[in-house]
Design a protein around this ligand. Structure first.
Ligand code: SF4
Length: 293
């Protein structure tokens, strides 16, 4: 049965401010689910706490709104218990890169097939706009008494160092490009990150729609030969410097698109199969997992 994005709408009132970037992300998620023809009971969105973390209420699928910083361990539990489930984590930069940073790193080390949608607005919008981990050093938004004195976290570099095998950046108002990236991230057989630049018109008066749209460009439009695909360790050695160079570009120009895809790293279930032969052959309830005390 073909599905339409509106099949994933719920009756909940969407409680975001007018023009919030979260609206674009919501529509892109619904369109991606529809184009992948995902049955609502077979896909789970897991969120933490923040404005963006209300998204489970607005998408008709099997979702969980969890605790601050904890969506990733809950998502991992869902995936381990039910490997056939499509699992997406959607949360903010404060939730995933602040209090949840340890889980963000650990997920990459496991290379589980979970897609992370990072709603990246650089502020804690739900609690009146404090500086979040991706707010650049010395930036003073209208919600701050003084400029930010902490350096920003680069989500792409953190994911790369942690072992994520699909890393991309998107812009919340480019709905169709974001939708295509979400589909690719969900289909990737490993841990994926999409860092989604998401204007917060209420509290971030510096990194606005106008600010972003003067700077963003797509990797493939500037360099048609851009190739983020890594298929071996030799390939990694050859391509990593150029990939890292693009991941660190920020300021007058901000690249979007797929930075890195590594198909040569084993996902977690393949690793489990090596120590528990037969693991992949059984339906989840019958897997030969022996619990040792
Ligand atoms: Fe969106 Fe910012 Fe409003 Fe939160 S405070 S809903 S992030 S515009």
């Amino acid at each position: 049965m073909a599905r339409n994005w509106s099949d994933y709408k719920t009756n909940s009132w969407v409680q975001w401010c007018p023009a919030c970037g979260n609206f674009g992300i919501l529509l892109a998620v619904q369109k991606a689910f529809a184009e992948l023809n995902l049955p609502p009971e077979k896909v789970s969105i897991v969120s933490g706490i923040g404005c963006s973390s209300r998204i489970p209420y607005y998408v008709k699928s099997s979702n969980i709104h969890t605790l601050h910083g904890r969506p990733i361990p809950v998502a991992e539990g869902i995936k381990l218990a039910n490997p056939e489930q499509t699992v997406v984590v959607a949360s903010g930069d404060g939730d995933l890169l602040g209090i949840g940073a340890g889980h963000f790193v650990a997920l990459g080390r496991r290379n589980m097939q979970i897609a992370i949608l990072l709603h990246d607005n650089a502020v804690y919008g739900l609690t009146k706009g404090q500086a979040a981990p991706t707010l650049p050093l010395w930036v003073k938004t209208k919600a701050l008494d003084s400029p930010n004195i902490q350096s920003q976290v680069n989500p792409l570099l953190l994911a790369f160092a942690s072992g994520y095998t699909f890393i991309a950046r998107a812009y919340a108002y480019h709905v169709d490009q974001l939708k295509d990236l979400i589909k690719a991230a969900i289909n990737h057989k490993g841990t994926s990150l999409i860092d989604i630049l998401q204007p917060c018109p209420t509290y971030n008066d510096i990194m606005t729609k106008e600010w972003y749209e003067k700077r963003i460009y797509y990797l493939t439009s500037e360099d048609p030969s851009w190739d983020p695909l890594v298929s071996s360790s030799e390939d990694f050695d050859a391509k990593a410097p150029k990939i890292l160079n693009k991941m660190t570009e920020w300021g007058d120009k901000i690249p979007l698109g797929i930075f890195y895809v590594n198909m040569s790293v084993e996902p977690l279930d393949t690793r489990i199969e090596k120590i528990l032969p037969g693991y992949l052959q059984y339906p989840p309830a019958k897997r030969p997992i022996e619990i040792k005390s």
